[in-house]
Design a protein around this ligand. Sequence first.
Ligand SMILES: CSCC[C@H](N)C(=O)N1CCC[C@H]1C(=O)O
Length: 356
Amino acid sequence: MRLSNLVSLMKERNFDGALISPGTNLYYLTGLHIHEAGERLTVLVVSADGDYRLLAPSLYENVVRNFPVTFWRDGENPYDKLAWILAEFHLSGGRLLIEDTMRADWLMKVIHLGSFEFHPLSSLMRELRMRKDKHEIEMMGHAAKAADRVFDEILSWDLLGMRERELALKIELAIRELSDGISFEPIVASGENAANPHHAPGDRRLRKGDLVILDYGAKWKGYCSDITRTIALGRPDERLVEIYEVVKEAQERAYRAVREGVLAREVDGAARETIAKAGYGEYFTHRTGHGLGLDVHEEPYIGPDGNVALENGMTFTIEPGIYVPGLGGVRIEDDVVVHDGRGKRLTRAERELIRL
Ligand SMILES: CSCC[C@H](N)C(=O)N1CCC[C@H]1C(=O)O
């Protein structure tokens, strides 16, 4: 069904074929779990006539079943086999969609298999994947619940004196116990490190007076959650408490701005305006959110340039933040789905400032 939707869209937009290497698009279209093909050429060939065939290393002989496939063995030249499939599908030239993340060494060889005009596959896949169906939203709900439960667990741990990297590892283990795995490496940013939105957890020990940003996510059947909470240890600086309230208000206003038909940039604007009015505009250094699904970052992006009109079934994060160099930072993030014309939170962990 999903493959035939792609084929219909390809025909509508005058594309002749598509070459899809392993990743979330391949999984979305086929349900096949081929995550890490490494250096071995693996590619799904789709023609606008509706033909499709996977070319895969023989390592996958016991994995790929009931799907048209050509296997190649180590020692063979997989590009010869790819050329045969392209010839069989009458794809010697024309407009070809290419997986955006295809390895450059593969692409450099594919270029010589015909006289193609290449286009990014994402230009079509974004339209197919942006609106989630009921099943996908259910999976995302499970992933979000796992993230909420991990937050409750974190609150029961003795955090004082723990290193950021130890806490990140504990969070990862807790996620793995409750789900299919992590959707990205957890961020634990304490004290002044919290001024870096993508801080890599290090050796700093958590101490009294810290605000600590915890940003992590779980996966369920391929679908991601992504949550951020900022907690206080002891009595933080009053400026940080004020910043916390501003971010909480910005997150709530952006959430309330979510409506069917509203542009993504209007949701971003609601958060940005709240933060700017409080005098912290220059310290909100990133977009308000991003689409969430099989990828942790996907369309629709909720930023100042977000021109996607929101529709029921779209899922994304709302995660404004304020980051003051030398002082610290705050970020609060929830996963949201547009449901019955308005926003509905999938993550529901406590948003009031928790002081441990
Ligand atoms: C995939 S790592 C970052 C996860 C995080 N929740 C996130 O998406 N962001 C943190 C700062 C802004 C935002 C981003 O757009 O990267």
